[in-house]
Design a protein around this ligand. Structure first.
Ligand code: AHG
Ligand code: MN
Ligand code: MN
Length: 336
């Protein structure tokens, strides 16, 4: 067997990347990896277990129907994070209000976690890749008090760590602490994540575009012209590009991290602010994208520079290979 680095070894070796007290990063990531392992084992048998497959019959705060796995994953991650005593508050796609830990350990916790427990819910039943995405911030309110809304509404630029877990043909954890992006593949027979993708860099130019083209009729004229540009024949710029759309943002972006490309969830007549949520979908992915040398924007400014106004706000999102995103930005601006 190769001499593989485990996630635990990697974190200990790179503690200095996390310029705070030693051990905090380890404990935070222990919580996330434990929850990911639990989810991995449950997702792998979701088709066999009635309790995990299908709808709950309720809607989350965004009016979207909740799947049993959404609710289950939400509990698993919240419980794992609570138990490690590093976190003073959590915001989740599946929780209308923020969760504030008011006990002594919670008041002394220094970190805020924002999470989309299951991204790509509509793909659960058809056995297509889904994921979990998380953003971690230092609180801005004083330690020793209960967390406040301001702790959650920080710009993406203030993230101290972010990552995602993709439950695909294999399970991977990909994360950054602001010093590059690394990917770890899970070996379920041993129960360990091993470093498999060191210093991931998004290719500057890509040839894959990813958007729900079923919404074409509702897009702005400038967005339509970018999609037409992607399909236009021009061999000198490798066009037409290849179209790929999985419908799980994490899976579509994971492909782009490795192969290059642009992922888009634009605003449209039907959804004026797009669909994706700024705090627990776009910000963590934008942090990872920038750390991997790519670009992420809402068409007007970098995602990481947007000042959030509310926990569940949405934003148009365009991210991936820097040259492709710049081309899109130019076309969005020129045809406004
Ligand atoms: P979630 O499952 O957390 O609600 O997120 C779904 C998101 C995202 O993962 C995906 O890219 C997008 O919704 C797909 O939406 P459309 O079906 O509208 O294309
Ligand atoms: Mn999602
Ligand atoms: Mn979700």
């Amino acid at each position: 067997m190769q001499n593989l680095t485990t996630l635990g070894e990697f974190i200990i070796k790179n503690q200095q990347d996390f310029p705070y007290a030693k051990g905090e990063l380890t404990r935070l990531f222990n919580a996330i990896t434990l929850a990911s392992k639990v989810m991995n084992s449950q997702i792998n048998k979701a088709g066999l277990v009635d309790d995990l497959m299908g709808k709950v019959g309720t809607e989350n705060v965004q009016g979207e129907e909740q799947k049993k796995l959404d609710v289950y994953a939400n509990k698993v991650f919240i419980n794992a994070l609570k138990a490690r005593n590093e976190v003073c508050g959590i915001a989740s796609e599946e929780e209308e209000e923020t969760i504030i830990f008011e006990n002594e350990a919670g008041k002394n916790g220094k970190y805020i976690v924002l999470i989309d427990p299951i991204d790509g819910s509509s793909n659960i039943e058809v056995n297509v890749s889904i994921g979990t995405v998380f953003a971690i911030y230092r609180r801005v309110s004083p330690i020793g008090t209960a967390a406040v809304l301001e702790d959650f509404l920080q710009k993406g630029r203030a993230q101290v760590a972010a990552g995602y877990v993709i439950f695909g043909s294999s399970t991977m954890l990909v994360f950054t602490t602001g010093n590059g992006v690394n990917g770890f593949t899970y070996d379920p027979s041993v129960g360990v994540f091993y470093l498999s993708h060191t210093n991931i860099q998004i290719p500057e130019k890509g040839t894959i575009y990813s958007v729900n083209e079923g919404n074409y009729a509702y897009f702005s004229e400038s967005m339509k012209s970018f999609i037409d540009y992607c399909k236009f024949v021009d061999t000198s710029t490798n066009r037409p590009y290849t179209g790929r759309y999985i419908g799980s943002m994490i899976a579509d972006l994971h492909r782009n991290f490795l192969k290059g490309g642009i992922y888009m969830y634009p605003d449209s007549i039907k959804s004026p602010n797009g669909k994706l949520r700024l705090l627990y979908e776009c910000n963590p992915m934008a942090f990872l994208i920038e750390q991997a040398g790519g670009k992420a924007t809402n068409g007007k400014q970098a995602i990481l520079d947007i000042k959030p106004r509310e926990i569940h706000e949405r934003t148009p999102f365009y991210g991936g290979s820097s040259k492709m995103v710049s081309q899109l930005e130019m076309m969005l601006t020129n045809t406004l």
